[in-house]
Design a protein around this ligand. Sequence first.
Ligand SMILES: Nc1ncnc2c1ncn2[C@@H]1O[C@H](COP(=O)(O)OP(=O)(O)OP(=O)(O)O)[C@@H](O)[C@H]1O
Length: 565
Amino acid sequence: MISKDKKPILFRNYFSFAALASPIKWHLILGVILACIAAIGNFGLLFLSGWLLASAAVAGLGGTAIAKAFNIILPAAGVRFFAMLRIVARYLERVITHDGALRLTSLLRVNIFKHLIPLAPAGLINQRGGDILGRFITDTDLVSAYYTDVIIPFARAFICTIIFVFTFIWFSSFSALALTVGLFISCCVIPVCVYYLSYHHIQKTINYKNTLQTNFTEILQNLGEMLVLGIAPARMSDIQQTQYISDRNKWILDAIESAGRGINTIIMMLCILITLIQNVHEYHQGILTGPEIPMLILGTLAAFDVTFSLPLASQAAAKAYLSEQRLDDACKPTDFVSNTSSLSCSQPYDLYLDNVSFHYPNNPMKVFNQASLTIKQGEHIALVGPSGIGKSSLINLLFSFYPLSEGKITFGGVDTRKISTQDLSSIISVVTQDFHLFSGTIKENLLLANPQSTPTEIEEALRISQLYDFVSGLAEGLNTRIGNEGIRLSGGQAKRLSIAQGLIRKTPWLILDEPTEGLDPQTEYALMTALLKARPETTIIVITHRDAILPLMSRIITMENGDFL
Ligand SMILES: Nc1ncnc2c1ncn2[C@@H]1O[C@H](COP(=O)(O)OP(=O)(O)OP(=O)(O)O)[C@@H](O)[C@H]1O
């Protein structure tokens, strides 16, 4: 169980964005500053260009003397300066904010991984693989985008609004007021409306996307079986249907965002119109000069530039919020969290089950009912019993993957709930029925189990698991690639390779779940005798239905009615 004070990551309940984003706070601050500088550069460029063009025209109309007296160099240099400033600031802003966003994504993923690990497998029992993958990839991306797609555009819009309005006040208070009202609607009212109008559709889009991802992952994983059962076309048509609904929803979101932009444009045009009418009036009153009119008009145009990304930013905010909820849910500690404490157990590694009762969280049927068992280090045991009685479940309890209803299990003198999974796995090697081989060479798969193993140890493991002759006969020997999940090996060869993985770790305990299933009697006998001879000191527990193995073992434990006989 996870202790209450170890509060995991995510937002509302478990996570503080500020805490997570703290390593990239300078990226964030610098990103906002550069985004503002780029927007001010754009504003300055248009503002000054309007004044420069109109002044040059007025000077030209005024005759040669006035034209000569007009100093075009200084404002032209200003225009160039703002143009350069805009380009450089935009470039630097992109570099810094994207670097920050990528760092944030990796921080977020590492954090999520850290919180998912203790949940496995019991805490993840009700989650589908594709769903977790979706949360891990898509939702982390959307949450990280909060920084580049939400914080920066809104911070830029608010800071620049203040700067633009104060610049306008210098020339015309009325124009400044019109700009304030226009920018307020564009920065606050429209984004809030877009957010609430989009929220429900974004929620649906995320759900559809998740369903698509989950279903597609399952189809890919089980494509062979689905083709054999003839259900692949039906599943594909389900996927198409979900994709169609998802696309329609996306279309609605695009329409809302475009409407937001469209209204923004209308407000900008209204603002320009009002400013123009008032500026002409002020010109006649002598408050403004002629060139200042286009300057304020183009300035209004430039000022609104910072608001056009806000409808999209509102949608990004809703996406980040919903994704954050999904990540929060995925990482929420349940009652079935495997332990993270780490008391060291010591030799002899004896196992005691004391009145253990247990049922799976999603299955009320008791697998163990006040079961007691003692296994001393070095014993060679066959664990037998009818299918579904609970033999493999013993492995889950040994590693505290599930909580006990009653009783206690000690290993090496320590309650297994207090030994970390890492510590246990350094003492116990388990070869399960549903073993996993990686897409790589035979050697890579063996070294994955024990990176320090020497060529002699590799050879020994292959000899015991009766794979040596097979591997020696291969053109590329140990460097033969075995394909995804060991697809290029036969079922028996793949099983023996997984046994070799268990052997090469040389741990004091070795548990083999149905190691000889699918093997011919000769190979089965050769494997078991070689194993028991090579590892006399190792505790070996063989979970099996094969009678041929039983005479070779030093003790046979039978499971019956939730207990050991
Ligand atoms: N993850 C799980 N969630 C819910 N119930 C489970 C889970 N795993 C196993 N069970 C149930 O627990 C019981 C014991 O299963 P277990 O796999 O330990 O049996 P077993 O003796 O190893 O069977 P077999 O010899 O067929 O491998 C079964 O009734 C099974 O349905």
